[in-house]
Design a protein. Structure first.
Length: 201
């Protein structure tokens, strides 16, 4: 008499949890504030509160430029296979006085690479203080909208809206007047979330 072997039970297939890859600089890397208090960490909590199954991968490095992000992105795309890529870079390019054409080319290349890998892209726009010159500041601010329009990517026009443009712009910044304090990061998330939510699967 032969006993039939029981067929192994198969686990029900579940789609992989979408990954939101944040490629940024110190504004996203929690520079000068406690770990877990930056807007990217708050984003993960927001997803849980909204019962949205998505995971955040923070690949931000303080001091990074668009050139650095462009060099790092291919490996990050292969590692995380993100559904959404948030590009928060460009501020350090301007602080170093790098050519605007180079910043634009890098943003274009990163957006295109992420889209070719199957991800949706959200560009986080930035503005400069008046002391950088009106013409340079206007051209820099316009870069983000130009790149977003060229690739039909999503755009947050000004990441620091409500933080850097208030009546007392120093109130929400650390003593260096460049990096926001922890209390500013919920405001930053509030700027990102409405647009980011529309991109999630």
């Amino acid at each position: 008499m032969r006993l039939a072997l029981a067929a192994p039970q198969q686990r029900p297939w579940r789609p992989p949890i979408p990954v939101i890859l944040v490629l940024g600089d110190s504004l996203s890397a929690e520079y000068g504030i406690a770990r877990g208090s930056g807007w990217v960490a708050l984003l993960q909590h927001k997803l849980a509160d909204e019962k949205i199954a998505a995971q955040v991968a923070n690949a931000s490095i303080s001091g990074d430029t668009t050139s650095g992000g462009r060099a790092r992105l291919p490996a990050l795309l292969k590692k995380h296979h993100p559904a959404v890529v948030v590009i928060e870079l460009g501020g350090n390019d301007a602080l170093r006085g790098l050519p605007l054409a180079m910043t634009e080319a890098n943003l274009n290349a990163m957006t295109q690479a992420a889209q070719q890998a199957g991800a949706k892209v959200l560009l986080a726009g930035m503005q400069l203080p008046p002391n950088y010159g009106a013409q340079y500041g206007q051209r820099f601010e316009a870069l983000f909208a130009q790149v977003a329009q060229a690739h039909q990517a999503a755009l947050v026009p000004f990441l620091l809206k409500g933080v850097a443009d208030g009546p007392d712009p120093t109130r929400l910044f650390q003593p260096d007047r460049i990096h926001p304090v922890a209390a500013a990061h919920p405001i930053i998330l509030g700027n990102v979330w409405p647009t980011l939510k529309t991109l999630l699967p």
